[in-house]
Design a binder for this molecule. Structure first.
Ligand SMILES: Cc1cc2nc3c(=O)[nH]c(=O)nc-3n(C[C@H](O)[C@H](O)[C@H](O)COP(=O)(O)O)c2cc1C
Length: 385
């Protein structure tokens, strides 16, 4: 199959990844309206074609959190990535390191913090979910420190979990409840099964073996699902920040008031994110929310964005509206599910090439020059106040 765009990787991933895990990625909560809006609203923004300008020597280089990046795109934290492809987090981290972009490891990953540190060349970022068991969280932060992670990404929008209907239908519940259909489907995914048999990494690597009394899959699943701490508040950021002592990013900000609180709490960056449409169905798309947040706190902190990014053009549109960088979730997962490490690299290549060509056709040579002048007037969201 010839791969021309991220959607091609998605089609290949759908063929190769067991349905329950493919669906886990390709789904949003309830009616999926926010999930759809994330990419639809990006698609509806138009660009201005410019001509007769020197387009030689272009650069997409930028920084995120003061770190040099070959383009302003990071890999988003995604749970169960090692189920899209065996050893998925290691493969994605390696692809990101070779490309010169940050990789963010989820708390709910299959490969552990230590696995990534041992098997990938560059420092990576670690995403933290706060659990009721604060001792466990403190140890987790210490492990991320010991692994020399260069940023901690605190996710604020998943203390209660939104329902994705496909997961219920497929039995991707806690504990897992596979049905006849999911088992039969697994039998057709021989490549995935073969790779999975070769690895020992098939459980939540950051948790298994680190909590007393939690050793089999059922106790692990139950522990995990009852642990997300619904009490998490801005006051908690202080102890997390003190314990961590490094760069702190707060993820899941959709409203200017929360952006202000995040800055007051000492965030070095915030991520405008609705969790890829997987939490509050009916929330605005991320690109709609971005301008108000940039206008509220953009002079005081770095503003990043994720949600719906499927192309290099999408990245440029977010940068034009004030994002210092973006994260890709599903786009890299589709690459991973389709072709492992090579697929993640292909995804990054596609995005980079699309971004580079678009930059040139909009009449610019350096991503640092990008602002809302590249967008067609009237087609993009503006600050409401
Ligand atoms: C399969 C999947 C698992 C995810 N798991 C996590 C997670 O463990 N932690 C987290 O902070 N965000 C998680 N997210 C949200 C992503 O970090 C990111 O916000 C979202 O994927 C961005 O939207 P996009 O997929 O359209 O790029 C997950 C998203 C997906 C698709």
């Amino acid at each position: 199959m010839v791969i021309t765009c991220v959607e091609d990787l998605q089609r290949l991933a759908r063929r190769r990844v067991p349905r329950m895990f493919y669906d886990y990625a390709d789904s949003g909560s309830w009616t999926e309206s926010t999930y759809r809006a994330n990419s639809q609203d990006l698609a509806s923004i138009g660009l201005r074609q410019r001509v007769m300008v020197d387009m030689d020597n272009r650069s997409l280089e930028s920084t995120m959190l003061g770190q040099k990046v070959s383009m302003p795109v990071a890999l988003a934290p995604t749970g169960l990535t090692g189920m899209q492809h065996a050893d998925g987090e290691i493969l994605a981290a390696r692809a990101a390191a070779k490309f010169g972009v940050p990789f963010t490891l989820s708390t709910m990953s299959i490969c552990s913090i230590e696995d990534i540190a041992e098997n990938s060349p560059d420092p990576f970022w670690f995403q933290l979910y706060v659990m009721r068991d604060h001792d466990f969280i403190e140890r987790l932060i210490d492990r991320a420190k010991a692994a020399e992670c260069s940023a901690l990404v605190l996710t604020a929008d998943l203390q209660i979990i939104g329902q994705r209907h496909k997961d219920v239908i497929n039995g991707l519940t806690v504990p897992p409840n596979p049905n006849v259909r999911t088992v039969l489907d697994l039998a057709t995914k021989w490549r995935w099964c073969y790779n999975m048999l070769k690895t020992r990494r098939r459980t939540f690597g950051n948790i298994a073996g680190h909590v007393k009394g939690v050793d089999d899959l059922t106790s692990l699943s139950n522990w995990t699902m009852t642990q997300f701490d619904p009490h998490l508040s801005w006051d908690d950021v202080k102890w997390i920040k003190d314990r961590w002592g490094g760069k702190l990013v707060i993820k899941g900000i959709m409203e200017p008031e929360d952006a202000e609180s995040a800055v007051d709490a000492g965030a070095d960056a915030i991520i405008v994110s609705n969790h890829g449409g997987r939490q509050l169905d009916g929330a605005a798309s991320s690109i709609q929310a971005l301008p108000d947040i940039v206008s509220a706190v953009g002079s005081r902190t770095e503003v990043h964005m994720d949600g719906g990014i499927r192309s290099g053009q999408d990245v440029l549109k977010a940068v034009a509206l004030g994002a210092q960088g973006v994260y890709i979730g599903r786009a890299f997962l589709y690459g991973l599910g389709a072709m492992g490490e090579e697929g993640v690299t292909e995804c990054l290549n596609i995005i980079q090439k699309e971004m580079d060509t678009t930059l040139a056709l909009c009449g610019l040579r350096d991503i640092q020059q990008v602002d809302s002048n590249i967008l067609r007037p009237g087609s993009y969201p503006t600050p409401s106040r």
